[in-house]
Structure formats: structure tokens, C-alpha cells
Design a protein around this ligand. Structure first.
Ligand code: CO
Length: 153
């Protein structure tokens, strides 16, 4: 099911999301709907607050591998790199955001397994962007050179 995407100005996007305490069919259904919504809008990541659920869950897929991450925590970051970002919750806006180049993230899987992932490049960027959503932060809060429409490179 495709869900309604909340856009900048919606208070749910400014809240600190709650930890997920129960991993059940209902949560897995939400994750599937988040993924479907993300693919339908050609996004590469989506966070639960973007569909109005203030809980710590994200879905990312930058390279045809989908990760569902519950209660994700970045435990290591290295380097710094600036690149263009956009967001499903900020239609048509793009901006330059500085992120760690390489990260390690610990999370719980949709089947309640503890997982750890090392990521770099676009995947690392995407995970950092989505975790920011769980902390009430949008990329436009931290971006430089925000433009309407994709900037020419
Ligand atoms: Co976003």
C-alpha cells in the first residue's frame, strides 16, 4: 500500500522518534508499505516519520539491496564528504550536505536479529539522512546552497 508522505512543516517530522519495542507483523507490514511508497516515488530511503509514524524505523535501497533497519545507531564514522541531497518530504528541493564518508551502523532486522553494517558512499549518506529523520532533522536544516529543482553539475 502506498502511504501519504508528510512534507516539511508537518510537526511529525520535527519530533524525536520513539524506539521500536515490538517487532511483529504489524511493523513488518509498515516496513513493506514504506518500501512500496519509496519505490513508487523513486526514492532511495524512507523513514517512518515521513509516513506519519514517529518510531525508529527506516528502509533504504540504493543499489537494489533493501535494508530494513529498526532502532539504527551509528557506532562509527570516518571522513567527510559533501554531495547533493534531496528528500521525499521536501519536494523539488536540493542542497549540498556534508556527511561522514564511511559509517558503521547497528540495527535490529525485521525478524528481530541484531545486525551490523559497514557502509560508504551513497549508502552511508542515505542511512545518515534517514537517521536524521528519526531525530527530527531534515536535510534542509543543515544543507548549503539549497535550490529549487536539481542543480546543474
Ligand atoms: Co528525507
Amino acid at each position: 500500500m502506498i502511504l501519504e508522505i508528510r512534507t516539511a512543516g508537518d510537526p511529525v517530522l520535527k519530533k524525536i522518534a520513539e524506539d521500536v519495542t515490538k517487532i511483529d507483523k504489524r511493523l513488518r507490514n509498515l516496513l513493506d508499505n514504506m518500501a512500496e511508497t519509496m519505490y513508487a516515488t523513486e526514492g532511495i530511503g524512507i523513514a517512518a516519520p515521513q509516513v506519519g509514524q514517529s518510531i525508529r524505523a527506516i528502509v533504504v535501497d540504493v543499489d537494489e539491496k533493501r535494508y530494513d533497519m529498526i532502532n539504527p545507531v551509528i557506532t562509527f564514522r570516518e571522513g567527510s564528504i559533501t554531495d547533493t541531497e534531496g528528500c521525499l518530504s521536501c519536494p523539488e528541493l536540493f542542497g549540498e550536505v556534508e556527511r561522514a564518508e564511511k559509517i558503521c551502523v547497528q540495527y535490529t532486522s525485521r525478524f528481530n536479529k541484531k545486525k551490523e553494517l559497514e557502509a560508504e558512499g551513497l549508502l552511508a549518506r542515505c542511512i545518515q539522512h534517514e537517521i536524521d529523520h528519526l531525530n527530527g532533522r531534515l536535510f534542509i536544516d543543515i544543507a548549503k546552497n539549497i535550490t529549487k529543482g536539481k542543480p546543474e553539475k
